[in-house]
Design a protein around this ligand. Structure first.
Ligand SMILES: Cc1cc2nc3c(=O)[nH]c(=O)nc-3n(C[C@H](O)[C@H](O)[C@H](O)COP(=O)(O)OP(=O)(O)OC[C@H]3O[C@@H](n4cnc5c(N)ncnc54)[C@H](O)[C@@H]3O)c2cc1C
Length: 517
């Protein structure tokens, strides 16, 4: 390992200050009832299991880390708290956001560049993201896609221009906000959503089947039903291992002589953490993720002195489309005012509703923008033959909705949207009854959410404490980490892309770490 790189940057006093801070001020209690705290190495009389690298969590981040650590020559044990491997990654759409000229893009004659991809992600995302991670990710994206192909993830040379995750077997689509204003002004749009070429919502399963098949051949030892509970720390601050608990409640001490990788997912199912850190996500009606999304990795890291970043952020989703025809309706807030281009990616729209409109919004449709089939995602609030009656029935402030629709129609009829530059694909006046109001509010609609906040890591997955130093022996990846996905979530695939890419880097990095005595 690069002892020089890691050791030199770490002032022992600072590490100890970090640890003392964590213990002294009770940061270790940030989790649910069974909050993890650090276990001093001196209290471990003997180890039950010994390995070089211990990975906690079997989603796309943990498996990518384990594979690369093993390929770099390390002995690896991966533990998973649930009986089955795969995590939220296996439930997901399996979309990986990749670009800059991937093999699939090139084979479909799609023009793209790392620069355009970088500009899109930076412009569409949060304030002050980790630019070094974004840059590295964009520049390495073609190589990372090749790696996924090498693992056996099945992509098809097929693309669709339809909005939303392909229902067919297409493997490339516009998975985010690339074609909506203001993203259109930041970068030339390109389709970057790479999804396994399998019909239906089976991309995540397909991706994880491939990664888990490689894992099974790799020589990585795996143990399901073992949940990481506490990190074990040496007196000099280095992470020495982890205490895990099996389904019978028995605790085992695992020594990890090169290091530990925390890849335990996010915390959408830890309601206490959610209320404390991300109240806007708490209010969303559907916590999205597998049952292991309890924040254990984040809390173990915090207990070891790690800094946690962007804990309030997450993916709040208003899945208004498909069908695309509804995008020619308008979305308004509780005051009857538009606040976004309706064609925005559902993560961008969801973020605007959850974080900037007090969780409340409404879709107004006319005959052409109506849902043609019955749908349960959004309750119908009111229906009427005129906008005036509709506004009264729905309870908008007097005259507000009428004003919004009149202004919108006036410009839409000449092909313009001065406020939000909605594109001509979806821009036309609302003018055919019946008019309807649909409730898009976070607690009334089908409004899934998951978390983005997590541990601060560098591009090699080393966990950073609040003094800016790496905690020796501690690595993390995936949604245990504050990574590429930031709010508003600009495109599907940034999460699994981040998990697999930076999971790989964390695995290589921990494998380089010197074996401790
Ligand atoms: C329905 C759905 C669709 C989605 N679609 C997409 C998509 O197409 N593209 C995209 O980028 N994102 C998508 N997401 C989000 C994405 O799936 C997740 O953000 C991502 O998979 C997280 O990966 P991970 O490896 O960090 O965590 P996970 O895949 O959740 O894996 C973490 C694992 O760690 C285990 N674990 C937890 N605590 C412990 C512990 N203490 N000890 C040991 N193990 C532990 C968990 O049980 C879990 O198996 C989707 C999410 C959902 C729910």
């Amino acid at each position: 390992m690069d002892k020089k790189r890691e050791g030199a940057g770490i002032g022992r006093r600072r590490v100890l200050q970090g640890l003392a801070g964590a213990a002294g001020f009770g940061l270790a209690t940030a989790g649910a009832a069974a909050a993890p705290a650090l276990l001093p190495r001196g209290e471990v009389k003997s180890w039950d299991i010994t390995t070089e690298v211990l990975v906690a969590g079997s989603g796309s981040a943990g498996v990518s880390a384990a594979l690369e650590a093993r390929r770099a020559g390390a002995g690896v044990l991966l533990v998973e708290s649930l009986p089955k491997l795969g995590g939220s990654s296996a439930m997901s759409g399996g979309v990986v956001y990749a670009g800059g000229g991937t093999a699939l893009q090139r084979s479909l004659k799609v023009e793209d560049s790392a620069e355009a991809m970088y500009n899109f992600i930076v412009s569409a995302g949060t304030l002050h993201p980790q630019l070094d991670k974004i840059q590295l990710y964009c520049e390495s994206s073609p190589e990372h896609f090749d790696w996924l192909v090498q693992q056996g993830v099945p992509y098809k040379k097929k693309m669709t221009s339809a909005k939303g995750l392909p229902f067919g077997d297409e493997s490339l689509y516009y998975s985010g906000n690339e074609q909506a204003w203001p993203a259109t002004e930041a970068a030339r749009p390109a389709p970057r959503g790479h999804v396994p070429g399998v019909p239906g919502m089976n991309g995540g399963r397909s991706l994880m089947e491939a990664l888990l098949a490689r894992l099974a051949e790799s020589g990585v030892a795996t143990r399901a039903g073992l949940a990481g509970r506490q990190l074990v720390v040496e007196s000099d601050g280095r992470i020495a291992g982890m205490v895990v608990e099996n389904e019978a409640g028995q605790r085992l001490r695992i020594r990890a002589s090169r290091g530990v990788v925390l890849a335990c997912g996010g915390f959408i199912h830890n309601r206490e953490m959610l209320k404390r850190y991300a109240p806007e996500l708490y209010d969303c009606s559907v916590p999205w993720g597998n049952a292991g999304d309890l924040g254990a990795g984040i809390n173990m890291g915090i207990a070891a002195g790690a800094e946690a970043l962007r804990m309030h952020q997450g993916f709040a989703i208003a899945p208004m489309y498909p069908p695309e025809n509804v995008l020619s309706g308008i979305v308004v807030n509780q005051f009857g005012q538009r606040f976004i281009s309706e064609e925005s990616y559902h993560g961008v729209l969801g973020d605007a509703i959850a974080f900037h409109q007090q969780g409340r919004a409404y879709l107004i449709t006319d005959d052409q923008s109506a849902y043609q089939m019955h749908q349960d995602n959004f309750p119908l609030v009111a229906e009427s033959a005129t906008i005036g009656d509709l506004a009264t029935l729905a309870g908008f402030p007097q005259g507000a909705l009428q004003h919004t629709v009149a202004y919108y129609n006036r410009f839409a009829s000449v092909g313009r949207d001065p406020l939000f530059h909605k594109s001509h694909h979806y821009l036309r006046p609302l003018q055919g009854p019946p008019y309807r109001v649909w409730d898009l509010s976070v607690n009334r609609a089908f409004f899934p959410a998951h978390t983005f906040g997590g541990l601060h890591t560098d591009v090699d997955g080393r966990v950073i404490n609040s003094f800016g130093d790496a905690i020796p022996g501690l690595y993390a990846a995936g949604r245990t980490v504050a990574g590429l996905p930031t709010a508003p979530y600009a495109a599907s695939g940034l999460s699994v892309g981040d998990c697999t890419f930076f999971g790989r880097r964390a695995g290589r990095s921990v494998a380089r770490q010197e074996v401790s005595a």
